[in-house]
Design a protein around this ligand. Structure first.
Ligand code: FEO
Length: 172
């Protein structure tokens, strides 16, 4: 049986991951408006990934006999000043999510919920990648600056990202 305090915080995390999907979906729409369909594609794939994160938390509560409580999702911002601002906000958001995951691990350890602690380790690793992705893209944007040719090429590269659905029997 899942620890009740952990269950409560995981329910909050389902909301946070779903908000992440909403935020990235909104960023994707903004990038379309900036005529950067490749970057928009990258963000759309990111939004899909976030939904698999939310589902992973959902399944953990269900599998351990807990109660899922879904709550209202905040509206994300809809406008950014440019592509760099989008990814800066993305990195900041991932740093926040990392702190939420760390808080969950702290609570699971404090409450001696070993199953939750083990489950959460996947997210500890995932957050390294999430922050790295945003930092890498910001680094590339730094290199090309505001040159139209550079942005065009980078956009083509970003168009290549595809969403890989989780294998059967796995949530992410
Ligand atoms: Fe679900 Fe981007 O962390």
């Amino acid at each position: 049986m899942i620890n009740k305090k952990v269950e409560q915080l995981i329910n909050k995390q389902i909301n946070a991951e779903t908000y992440s999907a909403y935020l990235y979906w909104s960023m994707s729409a903004a990038l379309e408006k900036m005529n950067l369909p490749g970057f928009a594609n990258w963000m759309r794939v990111q939004a899909q990934e976030e939904m698999t994160h939310a589902m992973k938390f959902y399944v953990h509560i269900i599998e351990r006999g807990g109660t899922v409580k879904l709550t209202a999702i905040d509206a994300p911002p809809t406008e950014w000043s440019g592509v760099k601002a989008v990814f800066e906000a993305g990195l900041k958001h991932e740093q926040l999510v990392t702190s939420l995951i760390n808080g969950l691990v702290d609570l699971a350890m404090q409450e001696k919920d070993h199953a939750a602690n083990m489950f959460l380790q996947w997210f500890v690793n995932e957050q390294i990648e999430e922050e790295k992705n945003a930092m890498d893209i910001l680094g590339q944007l730094e290199i090309v600056g505001n040159t139209a040719g550079g942005l065009y090429l980078l956009d083509k590269e970003m168009a290549a990202r595809v969403f890989t659905p989780p294998a059967t029997g796995q949530q992410a």
